[in-house]
Design a protein around this ligand. Structure first.
Ligand code: NDP
Length: 450
């Protein structure tokens, strides 16, 4: 954690750490927000008296449950599942499900907390939540994944509903898993309703939902560049990750004439000096989505070099798109980006920059859109999927894409309005935190002490 100079912030964080021991990711996410909100509400007696920020850092409830399933050898396996229902002041709880061996309560609480601000920024009526399990999908057969999803939903189904809590995908949970989860919910409840988003288009999914997070990250970058009279065309871009967000971020960048020089996974990074082609990307998509492959297999035919164990941030780039996981840009990475005169970062992953990295980037001229603003396109289109389900309608790709672009442009405007600094540059973190906070805080004030 970076040093805290503000006395009120230090006292507030002391309370958060005392009440949530051993949860560093949650502390980090709260501090990243509180450092902007505490000065903002310093003179607002009503918000302080009603303890709005304290209430926002306390989840409405956390559900934790046992998930028992049988593997292909007939062994009984036990995992832990969670749903963190953080805040439903402005709409039903909404946020993804993560299946990854590193999942802990701390990680899901940080993600749920972030989600409240992100969902508020979209302008849609969505509260915040997050869920998941410490289940490792890697190396599991399709039937094992199906049995795990069914066991997970058997318990989760008691706590969710189209007007209560609407989960979606995240790391390790894509279209296939959402299909198994939705199928089990429908079987248990005998109701066909919009209880999950990211569904297949055949059973209520929205056009553009798989692409939305990655596309939105690129649209946010376009908005930032536009403030400097610049565009994406010809820009050298470093992308990390090779999953859902990274793939569609790369697709949109190539479509808009940018040069994507890297993708990565937890094993390492490929460097494609002359930029990836559409064919290269299709190969990565097939490798990752159908063959459980590794980025180390993407050298021949790509004109690429592979750097085992490395992240892409030391590669010379003008624009950076972290799309893998939390804290993937640390101190040394931030210094490398500054040294290479990177112009801007648009965060696809949730909280990909450590507090120290954010401090370093803040002292440079780099523009830096935080995840709660830059990757909100995914949940925004999930919100549109909920609307389509309620209306019993499906909108076309072009209609949904137009909504997505507009929503991201509005988020950018909110960040500029609330984050403009005296020197004429925009503090996108501050802008996103304050704009996200305002709407939720006003709703909570309207409800009184609940
Ligand atoms: P996927 O599971 O599709 O892909 C995750 C990617 O990140 C993989 O390339 C994976 O590599 C890599 N990765 C995961 N953990 C690590 C790690 N510890 N170190 C290095 N690389 C890692 O997930 P998504 O693309 O859906 O999610 C990526 C990020 O975007 C997450 O932070 C997620 O919360 C965020 N996000 C996703 C949204 C969505 O709509 N899907 C919406 C908003 C945010 P490997 O295969 O080796 O594990």
């Amino acid at each position: 954690m970076s040093d805290i100079k503000d006395k009120d912030l230090a006292a507030f964080m002391k309370g958060v750490i005392r009440r949530n021991p051993g949860e560093p990711e949650f502390h980090q996410a709260v501090q990243e927000v509180a450092m902007d909100i505490i000065p903002y509400i310093r003179d607002n007696e009503r918000i302080k008296k009603m303890r709005i920020l304290e209430r926002m850092t306390e989840p409405d409830r956390i559900i934790s449950f046992r998930v028992v399933w049988e593997d292909d050898e007939g062994n009984i396996r036990v995992n832990r599942g969670y749903r963190v229902q953080q805040n439903n002041a402005i709409g039903p709880y909404k946020g993804g499900i993560r299946f990854h061996p590193t999942v802990t309560q701390s990680i899901l609480k940080f993600l749920a907390f972030e989600q409240v601000f992100k969902n508020s920024l979209t302008g849609l009526p969505l509260g915040g939540g997050k869920g998941g399990a410490d289940f490792n999908p890697k190396g599991k057969s399709d039937r094992e994944i199906m049995r795990f999803c069914q066991a997970f939903m058997t318990e989760l189904s008691k706590y969710i509903g189209p007007d209560t809590d609407v989960p979606a995908g995240d790391i390790g949970v894509g279209g296939r898993e959402v299909g198994y989860l939705f199928g089990q919910y429908k079987r248990l409840k005998d109701r066909f309703e919009g209880v999950l988003t990211g569904k297949g288009v055949e059973f209520g999914g929205s056009a553009i939902r798989p692409e939305a997070t990655g596309y939105g990250v690129v649209y946010m970058m376009e908005c930032m560049l536009e403030t400097k009279g610049d565009t994406l065309k010809g820009k050298t871009c470093a992308v990390s990750g090779s999953g859902n967000v990274a793939q569609f971020c790369t697709e949109k960048l190539i479509e808009l004439g940018a040069k994507v020089i890297s993708m990565s996974d937890s094993g390492g990074t490929i460097y494609v000096k002359d930029g990836m082609s559409r064919e290269n990307l299709e190969w990565v998509m097939d490798l990752k989505n159908n063959r459980s492959g590794r980025m180390s297999e993407c050298v021949a035919g790509f004109g690429a070099k592979y750097y085992e164990g490395d992240r892409p941030w030391a590669l010379p780039c003008e624009l950076a798109f972290p799309c893998a996981t939390q804290n993937e840009i640390e101190t040394a990475d931030a210094h490398a980006l500054v040294k290479n005169e990177c112009i801007a970062i648009s965060e696809g992953a949730n909280m990909p920059s450590s507090p120290e990295a954010i401090d370093i980037i803040r002292t440079s001229s780099m523009m830096h859109a935080p995840s709660k603003a830059a990757n909100a396109g995914g949940v925004a289109v999930s919100g549109l999927e909920m609307s389509q389900n309620s209306l019993r309608m499906s909108w076309s790709r072009d209609e949904v894409d137009a909504h997505l672009k507009k929503i991201i442009a509005n988020i950018h405007t909110k960040c500029v309005d609330k984050g403009m600094r005296d020197d004429g540059n925009v503090d996108y973190f501050k802008g996103a935190n304050i704009a996200g906070f305002d709407k939720v805080a006003n709703a909570m004030l309207a409800y009184g002490a609940l």
